[in-house]
Design a protein around this ligand. Structure first.
Ligand code: NAP
Ligand code: 3JN
Length: 350
């Protein structure tokens, strides 16, 4: 039975770039919220956030805050999730976690509803939301995998600064102003807060997102590679990623090369499948210069696909350009869609 007045929902990280979008998305899609509890660190406790036209006071995230909560959406970083997700579950909440803390745990479903909604049925309290770059890619490629089989993916990303949080957005604008005024740039956040060196993002492209691992890949690249295999339930799929940060505020773009299993697949076949794919909009008309761009995808729910071409040397190889709002489908929207799926499957009312 569905709860009469809706669900008690906590948003952990409610003052952040993703958390703010979670509040907006819960409201815009009319998820049944009986009460909203915005949580943050001590720094923002006492601040107000707007929800359904009302100011709600932000509280400090602590174990006891989850008493009576049905659903907790986490986006305050992996350490906060590791410290508090199990506390929320102990209090009876289902956790949808936007961090990488539990994504590869075998007991934790990693879900993009259009792709693997049924995996939610195996949850044990925590569900992980994949990395933003993974989500937009798998949602566009899964229908092709189902239709033609998929052997290999090679992806290069062109990621927006909003993926690195509100401080990174501020840094990009400050640096842009400094460059235009001939001043030295302030470099404190990017490529990643936790690393030794910081570089200018304004008027630049940085081939590092998250820290480097010993094998030469960054953690962001490994997230894309490992998460894709888990979501598609295919350990034999070849996936290689290169992740790059650009001075774009919102909207991740991806150049994706795929090799399909089936023979004699055409560009038309691929377009036909993508035309029917849930959450995907085809924007592919080179003669009229129609293709997806980050500025157009920002604030939209869909994943946009264009520039679809057959490789000139490999008949089963195709190139695609995939763009989506990284804070919406890449994070907040996907989390709220998971909440709707949980509700639909009757899993929120247990
Ligand atoms: P952000 O703009 O920097 O916001 C961080 C949020 O976390 C703020 O609300 C902050 O509260 C809160 N926070 C920080 N430390 C905390 C603590 N100790 N206890 C409770 N709350 C704390 O970052 P963001 O871009 O929203 O990203 C937040 C996290 O979401 C990331 O670290 C990442 O794990 C995840 N994320 C996932 C994706 C994805 O690909 N799906 C994309 C982006 C981010 P204050 O206002 O008090 O500082
Ligand atoms: O940089 C981006 O565009 C996406 C960033 C995601 C992110 C940022 C900090 C920590 C993540 C994530 O969700 O993969 C994490 C994390 O590992 O939790």
């Amino acid at each position: 039975m569905t709860k009469q007045n809706g669900y008690n929902v906590a948003v952990v990280g409610a003052t952040g770039a993703v958390g703010q979008k979670m509040l907006e998305t819960l409201e815009r899609l009319e998820f049944p919220v009986a009460s909203l509890l915005p949580l943050s660190s001590k720094r923002s406790a006492g601040k107000k956030v707007l929800f359904k036209g009302e100011e709600v006071t932000v509280q400090e995230a602590a174990p006891e805050a989850f008493k009576g909560i049905d659903l907790a959406l986490f986006s305050a970083g992996g350490s906060v999730s590791k410290a508090l997700a199990s506390e929320a579950v102990k209090h009876g909440a289902i956790v949808v976690d936007n961090t990488s803390a539990f994504r590869m745990d075998k007991d934790v479903p990693l879900v993009v509803p259009e792709v693997n909604e049924d995996d939610l049925k195996n949850h044990q309290g925590v569900i992980s939301n994949p990395n933003c770059s993974t989500i937009q890619m798998v949602a566009a490629l899964e229908p092709l995998r189902k239709a033609f089989g998929l052997e290999r993916i090679i992806v290069s990303t062109y990621q927006a600064v909003s993926g690195a949080g509100v401080d990174a957005i501020d840094e990009m604008y400050l640096q842009s102003k400094q460059v235009l005024e001939g001043e030295e740039t302030t470099k404190e956040i990017l490529p990643t807060g936790g690393d030794k060196k910081h570089y200018q993002i304004a008027y630049n492209a940085i081939p590092q997102i998250d820290k480097f691992e010993d094998n030469g890949y960054t953690f962001e690249e490994l997230k894309m590679m490992n998460e894709t295999k888990k979501i598609m339930h295919d350990e034999n799929l070849s996936v290689a990623a290169t992740c790059v940060r650009l001075p774009v505020e919102t909207g991740h773009s991806e150049s994706v090369f795929i090799e399909v299993e089936k023979e004699d697949v055409t560009v038309e076949d691929i377009k036909n499948i993508l035309n029917e794919a849930p959450g995907v909009t085809l924007q592919d008309d080179p003669a009229n210069q129609i293709y997806p761009m980050a500025v157009d995808a920002a604030d939209k729910d869909d994943i946009f696909v264009g520039r679809i071409r057959q490789d000139l040397d490999r008949k089963n190889g195709f190139h695609l350009w995939i763009v989506a709002d990284n804070l919406l489908k890449g994070a907040a929207l996907n989390s709220v869609q998971i909440a709707f799926s949980l509700k639909k499957l009757g899993l929120l009312d247990k």
